[in-house]
Design a binder for this molecule. Structure first.
Ligand code: GLA
Length: 656
């Protein structure tokens, strides 16, 4: 199978989405001059070009793209060619309203924006296949082509009639009989028993709370249907260019796609990361998405999009202070990215994203944004040989699962304060602050290579996942689980006793009486720390109680349990406490931080034989690094001590 390396050819790839159809031709030549001066090696063409390529049904306008492909090749810039299928032209919705998605309230999502297509629409799929076929036939042999980019950020839900029919087909395949579906969905509750497949709908807005398993299956179905759209286009381009890798760009840690499943269908895993420059923990977020994407890719990955400056889809959109874009880009490299790209090359002057930054901002060539773009391009060139293709070692894994997330979001949940991604982020942050590089893992995957595995909060666990966690600990691994884990089976049926019996046994829990969620801002005192968000009324069995609750109704009951190498945290400790606890457990498990004694805000990551250091703050700091090293960025040799300034980066290799 082709891989990222086939497109990068052993180098770090640098570039971005390029939308030349928004500009007159003379700007194209100016763009090429600037791209070359910035060390750009790759552009992604055609992401939103459908109405330009097919202005009327069945017509083709390839001339402009021919010119651009040639121009790119003549200038030594590779092309990641996109299928334009995420934004159908207006004629499609007008002539074929069946291609338009429908919301849960029954409202049609019209053209005039983007991503207004129904994954289940046979008409949409036919047009998408036809334009993909023609693009692949025309450009498959073009020397500029390095990779395929299918669609863009697949994310559209559809509750319409064609989707309803597809949902029924999907359910028939899964359950075989209506009896099995009724049993899995628990339809005896509220008189929901189905007597015919035709009676089943997507979970359209009902009078009151929805059937949670129906919703869960609809999430699984939606992810699968979007994946079907991807696979259909991927297979077309693969037929023409079996030697070239294919990708589609994920939104980071997004709820709609089971990215574990999707990644298996991609040659290259790519993602779009937009940390908020105003988020004091933006660096941790960037690290987390990098870790997650690397784990999905099981190796180097592609940062398909980031912003050189502000985005324009937050309430208040902050630019990036000087140096921050370089810092976060190099941080992504340290976390395994072999490709650093942006949305987009040149900031638009029209359209919905004209206030969204580009590598060339409205300020132009002399603007700070482009000057920083140039500097980064030069530095990536410098690092390229030493970094590209190398692995990022991790001794710790965070277990994360989309299905559990979906089940967790149901209408009748225990606490709407529990925000699954925020809980995962809190645990990743604790490990990140403790200096560990972490992988992410699926609940069913073999875990024995990790010294420490943490499960921040997996409400739903399949039998196979439960067995996997038990096997991991029995085999000598150390497991730390967060609250409300293992409560439901894969049909979202609550397990007897409120928690799977094998897990209770693993954690040494005798009984689980009640879940006691905490209101926003309310905390519970525990021995030595403060718990947030959640608490549980538990009785310990074989476990030792490491910390008790010391306030409120649960005063005196166990909060943190330890049963050999299995730990259970029935609350979410505040950040410093979670960091310290995980650091202690990691140490006991033999997992070592990348470097010890780092100043606050400094991150160390190993990739291959390199040690990356990042100062995420603005002050000058001194970092002790035993031994003599060359800093590949500054070209200097450092002996035992590295100085880093505002947003400073060092990339160190041991001196011979
Ligand atoms: C996403 C999309 C891009 C663009 C950016 C803006 O990542 O893929 O087309 O809209 O967001 O941040």
């Amino acid at each position: 199978m082709p891989e990222l390396n086939d497109a990068t050819r052993g180098r770090l790839l640098y570039g971005g989405d390029y939308n030349p159809e928004q500009w007159p031709e003379e700007i194209w030549h100016e763009d090429l001059r600037l791209m070359k001066s910035a060390g750009v090696t790759s552009v992604t063409l055609g992401v939103f070009s459908w109405s330009t390529l097919e202005p009327k049904p069945g017509e083709r306008e390839f001339g402009w793209l021919d010119t651009l492909m040639d121009l790119m090749h003549d200038n030594g810039i590779g092309v990641v060619l996109a299928t334009p299928t995420s934004s159908p032209p207006p004629w499609m919705g007008r002539l074929h309203p069946d291609t338009l998605p429908v919301t849960e309230e029954g409202r049609t999502e019209w053209w005039g924006g983007r991503q207004h297509f129904s994954h289940s629409s046979a008409t949409y799929r036919r047009y998408a296949a036809a334009i993909t076929e023609d693009l692949a036939a025309r450009y498959g042999g073009h020397p500029a082509l390095t990779m395929w980019h299918i669609n863009n950020e697949y994310c559209t839900f559809d509750y319409g009639d064609e989707s309803a029919a597809a949902f029924r087909r999907w359910l028939r395949e899964k359950y075989g009989t209506l009896d099995a579906l009724n049993e899995a969905w628990g339809t005896a509750f509220w008189s929901q028993g189905y007597d015919t497949w035709d009676g089943i709908l997507p979970p359209r807005r009902p009078h009151y709370m929805r059937n949670p398993t129906q919703v869960l299956d609809f999430r699984r179905f939606t992810s699968d249907m979007l994946l079907e759209c991807y696979v259909a286009e991927r297979d077309i381009v693969r037929r023409h260019t079996p030697h070239l890798p294919v990708t589609t760009n994920f939104m980071p840690f997004w709820t709609g796609q089971d990215a574990w499943k999707w990644a298996e269908q991609e040659d290259v895993v790519s993602v779009d990361i937009y940390p908020d420059p105003a988020d004091g923990w933006g660096a941790q977020y960037n690290a987390m998405i990098g870790d997650m994407t690397r784990s999905q890719a099981r190796g180097p990955w592609m940062l398909m999009e980031q912003a050189a400056g502000p985005v324009n889809w937050r309430g208040v959109n902050h630019p990036k202070p000087r140096g921050l874009n370089r810092l976060w880009s190099l941080q992504s490299v340290a976390h395994g990215a072999d490709a650093i790209c942006y949305f987009q090359w040149r900031q638009s002057r029209q359209g919905a994203e004209k206030f969204h930054s580009g590598m060339v901002s409205h300020a132009g060539e002399q603007g700070r944004t482009f000057q920083e773009t140039k500097q980064l391009g030069a530095e990536l060139t410098l690092l390229s040989d030493a970094v590209a293709g190398s692995a990022v070692p991790a001794e710790v894994a965070v277990v994360h699962d989309w299905e559990s997330w979906w089940a967790d979001q149901q209408d009748g949940r225990i606490s709407s304060e529990v925000d699954y991604p925020a809980v995962v982020r809190a645990w990743h942050r604790a490990l990140w602050e403790a200096g560990h590089t972490t992988d992410f893992a699926r609940p069913e995957q073999e875990l024995s290579r990790y010294k420490l595995v943490v499960v921040p909060h997996l409400y739903l666990l399949t039998d196979a996942a439960v067995d996997n966690l038990v096997t991991y600990v029995r085999g000598g691994g150390t497991l730390v689980s967060g609250f409300h884990t293992g409560a439901a089976d894969e049909d979202d049926r609550i397990r007897a006793g409120g928690m799977d019996a094998r897990l209770r046994d693993l954690f040494g829990i005798a009984t689980l009486q009640e879940w006691w969620p905490l209101d926003a801002g309310v905390t519970v005192q525990c021995d030595g720390f403060v718990g947030t968000l959640w608490s549980e009324e538990l009785e310990a069995g074989s476990a030792e109680t490491v910390a008790h609750y010391r306030s409120g109704e649960l005063d005196g009951l166990p909060a943190v349990l330890r049963n050999g190498c299995a730990w259970y945290l029935s609350t979410l400790p505040e950040p410093g406490a979670l960091r310290d606890l995980l650091a202690r457990v990691a140490d006991r498990a033999g997992a070592r931080p990348v470097l010890t004694g780092l100043p606050a805000g400094v991150e160390a990551v190993r990739r291959g034989d390199l040690l990356f250091l990042f100062q995420h703050g603005r002050d000058k700091v001194t970092v002790s690094v035993p031994g003599r090293h060359h800093d590949l960025l500054s070209g200097s040799t450092v002996d035992g001590v590295v100085e880093l300034g505002r947003y400073g980066v060092a990339v160190l290799r041991k001196a011979a």
